[in-house]
Design a protein. Structure first.
Length: 124
């Protein structure tokens, strides 16, 4: 697997919005360039994050956590061992815990991710 230090990630784990607050994903995404990841809100033991990506993330896995990806705009490719999944706007995909994967996109792409609040976004 690649070394995380080789990638220019801006990952913000603080919860941007609390209960009863309006979440404006577009405003957050439009204010940032790739590779940006911001936790928007917490729902029970999970968080919803917005990601602005372009290029490729490093190969990684989450030993104890599933991860849901939902494309808002652009196109997302998820590489898995032995399989590649392509997603367009309004499509989603769950990567099960323990599965080695990486995300990538040729163009600026905005995604939402739903995952456990304690997950380490760069992998275990």
């Amino acid at each position: 697997m690649s070394d995380v230090k080789d990638f220019p990630y801006d990952t913000r784990l603080n919860v941007l919005h609390g209960p009863l607050e309006t979440v404006d994903e577009k405003k957050v995404a439009d204010a940032h360039v790739p590779w940006f990841n911001q936790t928007l809100c917490q729902v029970n033991a999970s968080v919803v994050r917005v990601g602005v990506i372009q290029g490729e993330y490093h190969w990684h896995k989450h030993d104890n956590d599933d991860e849901f990806f939902y494309v808002v705009e652009g196109e997302l490719t998820i590489d898995l061992e032995g399989r590649t999944v392509g997603l367009g706007p309004r499509q989603g995909f769950v990567v099960p815990k323990g599965v080695l994967h990486r995300t990538r996109s040729l163009e600026r792409t905005v995604i939402l991710m739903v995952e456990n609040a304690g997950i380490v976004p760069t992998g275990d």
